[in-house]
Design a protein around this ligand. Structure first.
Ligand code: FES
Ligand SMILES: [Fe+2]
Length: 305
């Protein structure tokens, strides 16, 4: 899969339980996620002996054991044990992906260059704000670029979401954009302020301030492959923070989010071509300035990778 370099979420931390390997397709690859004494390991889900999926195996003595012939591989990807020799083997190696866990997500820096600094984060969603969140993951059979663009598009709101969130938005009103090399920000129907409107950190991280500082939505877009994207949608709020009530409130927020996302999904899945890098004949308008900028950044990111 071709992607611009940058930080991508691969999965949510809570999905990788201790003692149990997890198979996930991400970045166009089959990967296995597991924990060695709590520490996360992400590696190619393919045994270098005869290509069985390691994720079908079990965890033994700090290693993942292939389900086919029992070869064991360490957290560093080294073969430590072959049953028929009773020894390891230096020529059998599994590729390990460097990942970090931050804010409940597993992040990987994709690209030929070394990662620069820490994964991105929206300060306004930090733990110190007192906001609590609910999370739901949606899988769309669509290229990541169309999924991101949908969240950078406000002109669809009165049409796609006429009976939910979009009824009152006047798309002819001027919207202020702030576009730079890392971020896309804009303020549809609202006043510009540090924590307001929509903010996107390239290449795949988005948030919306519904009630700034009190009720916000965040999305991490996870590129599965050219035909699929996972959308981790979190609703942050501080109206209801008592644990059980917050869970209940979170369920209501996510139920509403699912209705809204399903409205998007029908239209977005109809867009062709799926990868916007092949959509050179589309005519963009004023409201598409964020999208035009996203395409520019995506193309430049692909070229420099
Ligand atoms: S295929 Fe994995 S041990 Fe043989
Ligand atoms: Fe939408």
């Amino acid at each position: 899969m071709q992607l611009p370099r940058g930080w991508y979420v691969l999965a949510a931390s809570h999905e990788v339980k201790s003692g149990k390997p997890l198979s996930l397709r991400v970045l166009g690859r089959d990967l296995v996620f597991w924990r060695n004494e709590g520490k996360l390991v992400v590696m190619a889900d393919r045994c270098p002996h005869r290509s069985a999926s390691l994720s079908l195996g079990r965890l033994r003595q700090g290693c993942i054991e292939c389900p086919f012939h029992g070869f064991r591989f360490s957290a560093e990807g080294d073969c430590k044990h072959i049953p028929e020799t009773g020894k390891g083997a230096e020529n059998l190696k599994v590729e390990v992906l460097a990942c970090v866990e931050r804010h409940g997500f597993i992040w990987h820096y994709y690209g030929s260059a070394a990662p620069s600094g820490e994964p991105p984060w929206f300060e306004e969603l930090g733990a110190e704000t007192g906001l609590v969140y609910s999370e739901r993951c949606h899988t769309w059979p669509m290229h990541i670029t169309r999924c991101v663009e949908n969240q950078l598009d406000y002109a669809h709101l009165p049409f796609v979401h006429a009976n939910t969130i979009g009824g009152n938005l006047d798309v002819s009103r001027a919207v202020e954009f702030e576009l730079n090399a890392e971020t896309i920000k804009f303020y549809p129907g609202g006043k510009k302020a540090p924590v307001s409107g929509i903010s996107f950190i390239f290449p795949a991280f988005w948030r919306l301030a519904i009630v700034p500082g009190r009720f916000m939505q965040m999305i991490a877009f996870v590129p599965v492959d050219d035909n699929e994207t996972r959308i981790y949608l979190r609703g942050y709020q501080n109206f209801v923070t008592l644990p059980l009530l917050a869970d209940l409130f979170g369920m209501l927020v996510q139920a509403q989010n699912s209705v809204i996302l399903n409205q998007d999904r029908t239209v977005v899945l109809s867009q062709k071509p799926a990868n916007v890098m092949h959509a050179g004949d589309e005519i963009l308008y004023q409201s598409d300035r964020g999208i035009a900028h996203f395409r520019k950044l995506w193309a430049a990111g692909l070229a420099s990778n």
